[in-house]
Design a protein around this ligand. Sequence first.
Ligand code: ATP
Length: 282
Amino acid sequence: MINGLPDGSGLRLLAPAKVNLTLHVTGQRADGYHLLDSLVVFADHGDLLHVSLAERDEISVSGPRSAGVPEDDRNLCIRAARLTGRAVRIVLEKHLPNEAGLGGGSSDAAAVLRAIAQLTDTPLLDGVERIGADVPVCLASHAMRMRGLGEILTAVPPLPPLPAVLVNPAIPLATPPVFKALQRRDNATMPPVPHDLRTPAQVAAWLALQRNDLQEAAISIAPGIPGALSQLTAQASCRLARMSGSGASCFGLFDTSEQAEAAAKAISAAKPSWWVQSVVLK
Ligand code: ATP
C-alpha cells in the first residue's frame, strides 16, 4: 500500500475506500446529529493523491471518477488543509465513486492531513470530525469500531484479511436524505467483536447477526440497491452481502481473492455501467 511515499518534493498517498461492515444507528442528539456504532474496515483500493507544500492552496482533480468532484474550496481536501494552517498543492486522482457510501471525500481529506503532518513533522490534528464524520476513522485507516458522531474510535480484535467485491450500481446517493428516511433511530448497539474470528467465513457468520440500519432507508429512496445486493448474492461463493455507509455501494464477502475476482468479473460483464471492484478489506 502506498502510504506517504516520498515523491519529488511531496508525498504520494493512497486514500482507501472505507467500508462499514456494520452500521447501527443508536440515537439522535437534540441538534439532529445521529449516534452511530459501526465496524469500519478499509480496502486496498482507493483514490491516489500527491501532496506537496506550496505558497497557496491548489487542487487539481483527474481520474476515472472525477466527474462532479469540486476543484475548489468545497473539496474536503482543501477544507482539511485549511484547518492545519499550511498551504498545499494537491493532485487528486479519483478512483472511488462519489456519494457512494465509501467515504471517498473523507478518506481524501484524511490523506491530506497525514501528508501535512509528515511533510511538516507536526502531530496529526485533533477534532477532525468537523470536516466529516468519517475523517477520524479514515485517519486511522485500519479496522476500528466507530461510535458517537464518528469521533469515538476503539480498537477491535484482529480480523483476517477479507476478500471482497465492492459494487456501486451507478446511483449517487447523498447522505442527509437517507438519515431523514430512517424509521427508527434508537436501535440496539453492536455487540463486542469476538476474539475468535479467524477466517472470512467466521467473520461473515458473525456479521450476518448484525445490521446496516441505513440499508432499508436507502432502499426506500434508491430502489436499485437490492439489484446490487442480488448480483452479489447470486455469486455462489458470496458469504454475505450488505450496503456500506449510507449507500448505494454494497460489499460482498468471499473466502478467497480468486473467488472475489471471478465474482467481480461476472458482475462487471452483467452490469457494464456499474462500478465493480475486487478488493481485500483490512
Ligand atoms: P460517506 O461514506 O461518508 O457517506 P460518500 O461516498 O457518500 O461518503 P463522498 O464521495 O465522500 O460521499 O462525497 C460526497 C460529496 O462531497 C460529493 O457531493 C462531493 O461534491 C463532495 N466532495 C468534497 N470533496 C470531495 C472529494 N475529495 N472527493 C469526493 N467528493 C468530494
